[in-house]
Each structure stands twice: as structure tokens, then as C-alpha cells.
Design a protein around this ligand. Structure first.
Ligand SMILES: Cc1cc2nc3c(=O)[nH]c(=O)nc-3n(C[C@H](O)[C@H](O)[C@H](O)COP(=O)(O)OP(=O)(O)OC[C@H]3O[C@@H](n4cnc5c(N)ncnc54)[C@H](O)[C@@H]3O)c2cc1C
Length: 465
């Protein structure tokens, strides 16, 4: 039996990135993946296919607004089958890319169900047969799956999850999205662009509830302008299927029962960690609501057993968080100084239209943490590149501590928000101050230069507004 330095269960962004880095660091590495392909939720039914559809929705929006840009377009039609096929091609290409990177870095992989079998031991089960693997370090990176609501089980034809909504043979005329987190608002945005009448039902008082309150308010306003119906503080009571689709009853924020009908319903009410049947009961790892507690460098309470990605307790369920957690673990295993994971330094990108990019503390969190908060805000209406793009709604909000000008959080909604977020992440990572950033030169004309104005606005020294 081959003995490995590292065995990794799961090949999503947490698993495959950890494996490649482990290979680069000279660790003998094997990945166990239940599916016949590599890449996990993110590549196959998460980040990548949704962003393909969002890109197509964006292109379609441009065609619809062609007259504003001086073009006459006639006979514009959506070829949905071609869009789905392009999505699938992109996914396949990148799954093959991971296989190539595994070979390049001498990472082995086997297909089968991986299970922790005690210190240094993993089993791989396929077609009823079990094979053992020995490894000095084991990383469990088994990911998450869509949560359902009690009594509302997805049938994947009418009641959908993030998986089944990617395979719809036709664009529905009407869609109810339950949940206004990142997944819910992205699909709401996609189908709204393609002409579906979308209604969002959110149990909490605002859409994108993890974002700064002003960001939620701006998204709410823009979505309503785009004719997306939104009900917040809406508690779904029942979902009944019939020949036409679904009938949903819910209690609205005034306590009144309302009924809605739609062709399809998407459940986007969060994710649950996939830790069942992974052998964790044979370890000292501590679990809370199915998620695994970790210490420094992602090690669980069981020495030599690490948990990474969506199964980790208390960290956001994001691909880039999983990737850096994997890097942190294997770098530590290789005996080198690895990056520590800081929750307040994890960027959030939500790719709906308008896009949202944020990092660090919201204004409310900063006040609650006892900071002497000073904020600044720059609206994209003052940014010439945004006007050129025909997309100048939204703003950049900077949250800082008044004493030393420490940057605590940055919240962007508007054009290219998920791209210019790069500067926000760098500032927090390098612990820059308002003065460092407002005195840094930004290229003109770019949407990015709005960041310079946003930092300067904390001192009342913005130029373009
Ligand atoms: C619709 C949607 C859109 C998203 N968009 C974004 C985005 O734009 N940006 C972003 O950062 N995040 C996004 N996410 C979140 C992102 O997909 C996850 O955070 C990320 O995939 C987590 O990576 P992971 O490696 O922990 O798990 P996963 O990607 O879930 O991978 C886990 C892997 O483990 C395998 N596995 C599970 N159990 C076993 C077992 N016992 N044995 C063998 N193999 C096993 C699974 O088959 C899977 O391949 C999105 C999620 C969804 C649902």
C-alpha cells in the first residue's frame, strides 16, 4: 500500500488547491473524489456556471440597451440551448485543467467515497469495495449541499436547487426565489435579465443580509427598479405543486398571509456541511450543527486531521476562503510558515447586476466593536469611466477608525465592484490607512479610480463629487 504525506478527501476548490500546493512543496499527495470529475461544487454547480450565465445575461442586457449606444439591433433572440452548452464547455475545460495540474504536480487521484478511518488512515469505497490509504496528514474537504426548508423538498423539476436550476430546458416565465443571499440574488438577477418575472422571498429584514445596510438598501432599490418583486421578513408556510408550477403561501412582514404562483421555485436558503458518513466519529474532531471546529492552520482537535472549506465552522462558505485554508494547512504540514486565516480579511463578491464587492467590517459591526467610526462614500455618478460604460449607479463606502485612519471595511455596489474589490483586499491585507490610499495614484479613466475618491471622502477631500 502506497503511503502518502497528505490524503485529501474532496476535490473542490479547497481540496484541489491544497493538493496542487502540497505537490509544489514536495509532499506526496493523493486526492479522493466521489465524482468521476474534479472541481467540486464551485466548478460544476456553483461559482463558474453561475458566472457564465451572469455574463450572458450582461451581454443580453447590452443588446437590449443597444439603442442607447447607437446601435440598431433587430431580431434579437436568446438561444438558451447554446448558452447552456457554452456553460458546460467552460466547466469541462476547467475540470480537465485541474487534471492537468494534478499531473504536472505529481498529485494522484482516485474516485470513490473517502472516509477517515483513524489516525493516518483513509478508506476509499467504490462499487461496494473498500481500499485503504495511509497518509501522515488527512484533509477533509467534503463541501456542502443546498439546504431545504422543512416540508419543502426539491423535486428538481419545479422546486429547484442551485444544481437543477442550471439545467432548466427553458427560461421560465415566472420564478420565485426563496432566500436573498448571494446565491438567491445572483439567480434572481440572471433570470430577470432573460425576461423572467422574478419574486424574492427573504425571511430577514433585508436582501444580502451579510452586507453593510446601505448596500442592501441600494440593491433592494435597484432590483425593484428592474421589476424584481421583493418581500422581506417573509416566512414561507407552504409550497404546493400543481400542473402549472407552484403555489406558495407566506406570511408577510405585517403578518398577513399572501399567496403567489410561479412556474418554478428556487430554494436558496443556505448550505449544509457534508460531514455525514465521513468517519469523523472515529476522531476527536468537534462538530457543531454538522460543521467542524478548527484551530490554527485548520487542524481539528484530532492531530493530523484537518478540515477545510464549506465544512468549517464559523468561516464563510466561499471558494477563495476554501482555497486559502487549504494552502494554510498544507504549508503548515510542509513545516513552512503558512498564511493564517482572518475572518475579517475575506473578500465577498456577489455577481448580480449591480455587482457587490465587500471586505472587512460593516459600519454597524465597526461601531459595535467600539471603533471611533468615520465613513466616506463616493457615488459612481462622479466617475467618467462608469458613465462611458453606461453604468454609473451605486457607490463605494469606506469604513475607518478615526484615530489613525485605519481602514476597517470597504463596501462597493456598482460597475466592476467584484474587480475593484482587489484594491480593498490589498489595503486590508497590508494594513493600509486612509492617507496611504488617498495618496496612491489611480489610473484615469478607470472605474477603479473611484477607490481613490472614496478614501479621500473620509477626509472630505474627494475630487469628483
Ligand atoms: C450557486 C453557487 C454559486 C457560488 N458562487 C460562488 C462564487 O462566485 N464565489 C465563491 O467564492 N463561492 C461561490 N460559491 C461557494 C463555493 O462554491 C463553495 O464555497 C466552494 O465550492 C467550497 O469548496 P469546498 O472545496 O469546501 O467544497 P466543494 O466545492 O463542495 O467540494 C467538495 C468535493 O468533495 C467531494 N466529496 C464530498 N464528500 C466526499 C467523500 N466522502 N469522499 C470523496 N469525495 C467527497 C464532492 O463530490 C466535491 O467534489 C457558490 C456556491 C453556489 C452553490
Amino acid at each position: 500500500m502506497a503511503k502518502y504525506d497528505v490524503a485529501i478527501i474532496g476535490s473542490g476548490p479547497g481540496g484541489y488547491v491544497a493538493a496542487i500546493r502540497a505537490g509544489e512543496l514536495g509532499l506526496k499527495t493523493v486526492v479522493v473524489e466521489k465524482d468521476p470529475f474534479l472541481g467540486g461544487t464551485c466548478l460544476h454547480v456553483g461559482c463558474i456556471p453561475t458566472k457564465v450565465l451572469l455574463h450572458h445575461a450582461d451581454v443580453y442586457d447590452h443588446f437590449k440597451n443597444a439603442a442607447e449606444l447607437g446601435f440598431e439591433v433587430s431580431g434579437l433572440k436568446i438561444n438558451w440551448a447554446n448558452i447552456l452548452s457554452r456553460k458546460d464547455k467552460i466547466v469541462k475545460k476547467h475540470a480537465k485543467g485541474i487534471e492537468f495540474l494534478f499531473k504536472k504536480n505529481k498529485v494522484e487521484w482516485v474516485q470513490g467515497w473517502g472516509r477517515y478511518e483513524g489516525p493516518g488512515k483513509v478508506s476509499v469505497e467504490k462499487d461496494g469495495k473498500k481500499a485503504p490509504i495511509e497518509a501522515s496528514h488527512i484533509l477533509l474537504v467534503s463541501g456542502s449541499e443546498a439546504r431545504a426548508l422543512p416540508g419543502i423538498e426539491p423535486d428538481h423539476k419545479t422546486i429547484l436547487t442551485n444544481r437543477s436550476i442550471l439545467e432548466l430546458p427553458e427560461i421560465p416565465k415566472t420564478l420565485i426565489v426563496v432566500g436573498a443571499g448571494a446565491v438567491g440574488v445572483e439567480f434572481a438577477s440572471i433570470y430577470n435579465s432573460f425576461g423572467t418575472q422574478v419574486t424574492i422571498l427573504e425571511a430577514l429584514p433585508r436582501v444580502v443580509p451579510v452586507e453593510d445596510e446601505e448596500i442592501s438598501a441600494e440593491l433592494d432599490k435597484t432590483f425593484r427598479k428592474k421589476n424584481i418583486n421583493i418581500f422581506t421578513q417573509a416566512m414561507v408556510n407552504s409550497v404546493k405543486k400543481d400542473g402549472k408550477g407552484v403555489t406558495v403561501t407566506f406570511k408577510d412582514k405585517d403578518g398577513k398571509t399572501q399567496t403567489l404562483q410561479a412556474e418554478k421555485l428556487l430554494l436558496a436558503v443556505g448550505r449544509k456541511p457534508m460531514t455525514d458518513n465521513c468517519g469523523l466519529e472515529k476522531s476527536k474532531a468537534k462538530l457543531e450543527r454538522g460543521a467542524v471546529h478548527v484551530g490554527p492552520y485548520m487542524e481539528t482537535s484530532e492531530k493530523g486531521l484537518y478540515a477545510i472549506g464549506d465544512i468549517v465552522f464559523g468561516l464563510p462558505l466561499l471558494a477563495h476562503a476554501a482555497m486559502m485554508e487549504g494552502i494554510s494547512a498544507v504549508t503548515h504540514i510542509a513545516g513552512k510558515p503558512g498564511p493564517a486565516i482572518r475572518k475579517d480579511r475575506i473578500p465577498n463578491a456577489t455577481y448580480c447586476e449591480p455587482q457587490i464587492g465587500s471586505i472587512g467590517l460593516t459600519e454597524k459591526q465597526a461601531r459595535e466593536a467600539g471603533h471611533q467610526v468615520k465613513t466616506g462614500k463616493f457615488p459612481f455618478v462622479g466617475n467618467s469611466k462608469a458613465t462611458i460604460l453606461g453604468n454609473h449607479s451605486g457607490f463605494i463606502k469606506v469604513v475607518s477608525d478615526e484615530k489613525y485612519g485605519e481602514v476597517l471595511g470597504i463596501h462597493i455596489i456598482g460597475p466592476l465592484a467584484t474587480e475593484i474589490l482587489a484594491e480593498a483586499a490589498a489595503v486590508l491585507h497590508l494594513e493600509g490607512t486612509i492617507d496611504d490610499m488617498m495618496n496612491m495614484m489611480h489610473a484615469h479613466p478607470t472605474v477603479w479610480e473611484g477607490m481613490g475618491d472614496a478614501f479621500a471622502s473620509v477626509r472630505g477631500l474627494q475630487i469628483n463629487v
